[in-house]
Ligand binder design. Structure first.
Ligand SMILES: [Fe+2]
Ligand SMILES: [Fe+2]
Length: 243
């Protein structure tokens, strides 16, 4: 297998054919686009869809009266409980994706460990277990509010769609461990900010006890990000022959 840094086979750049580049520039003048429009045309085309679109989903309010009675819902009175429910469900969806991203990375790493010798499967499995536990934290918090953790809320849907590309990177057998870590990096940055926002929201909505439990997830996410940064730095420096 070629290393990702192997040079010489990339034919995507313009410098490969000076003459071809000149001819292409001439052709641009000779054959202008047959249709009008500019960068705003696409936005104009989208405008009527924006005006007519239904929302991507809705936020189910707690379905059980029992749940409402026993939970901290009373403290949420006067606030929009559905905002906290949506944020928790969105976090839950992203943590589930995070768990799957690590599952896929662990599978790749098992067969291609030699690409990243500073990593160990134990480290990856520990992070994977923490991501799965984070999902459980969101699940319990939703239950505590009397909400249904299996419901796909708008933010859960948004996060699921936004993370599609991350899984595509890791599942692609051509992408190396180092390249796969870039996708994990995007997920971990999002994890960190996601928990920060969620904890702030929970506190502001009178859910101090819940916020305290969510805080442990943020501390673990900070460690995930720090590990990722170290690994990516070591791999890059190694590849560059700078270490
Ligand atoms: Fe997480
Ligand atoms: Fe994480």
């Amino acid at each position: 297998m070629k290393s990702p840094q192997s040079m010489g086979m990339n034919r995507s750049g313009i410098d490969l054919s000076t003459q071809g580049a000149e001819e292409m520039m001439k052709a641009v003048d000779e054959f202008p686009p047959a249709s009008g429009g500019n960068a705003m045309t696409l936005s104009q085309l989208r405008a009527p869809y924006l005006a007519e679109a239904d929302p991507v989903g809705s936020i189910p309010l707690p379905g059980t009266l029992k749940g409402v009675a026993k939970s901290g819902m009373q403290k949420l009175m006067g606030h929009h409980a559905e905002v906290l429910i949506d944020q928790l469900a969105g976090r839950l969806a992203f943590e589930r994706t995070g768990t799957r991203l690590y599952d896929a990375l662990i599978g790749k790493f098992m067969t291609r460990k030699d690409e990243a010798t500073m990593l160990s499967v134990d480290q990856l499995q520990q992070i994977r277990a923490e991501e799965a536990a984070h999902l459980g934290l969101c699940w319990d918090a939703l239950r505590q509010l009397g909400a249904d953790p299996t419901a796909v809320t708008p933010l859960a849907d948004t996060n699921a769609v936004a993370s599609i590309g991350l899984m595509q990177v890791i599942a692609d057998p051509r992408m190396t461990i180092a390249q796969s870590l870039h996708a994990i990096h995007v997920a971990e940055l999002t994890d960190n900010d996601g928990w920060r926002l969620l904890i702030k929201l929970a506190r502001e909505m009178g859910q101090d006890e819940m916020a305290g439990r969510l805080q442990t997830a943020l501390e673990e996410e900070e460690r995930h990000l720090a590990s990722l940064r170290t690994w990516m730095e070591q791999i890059s420096l190694n590849e560059a022959g700078a270490q």
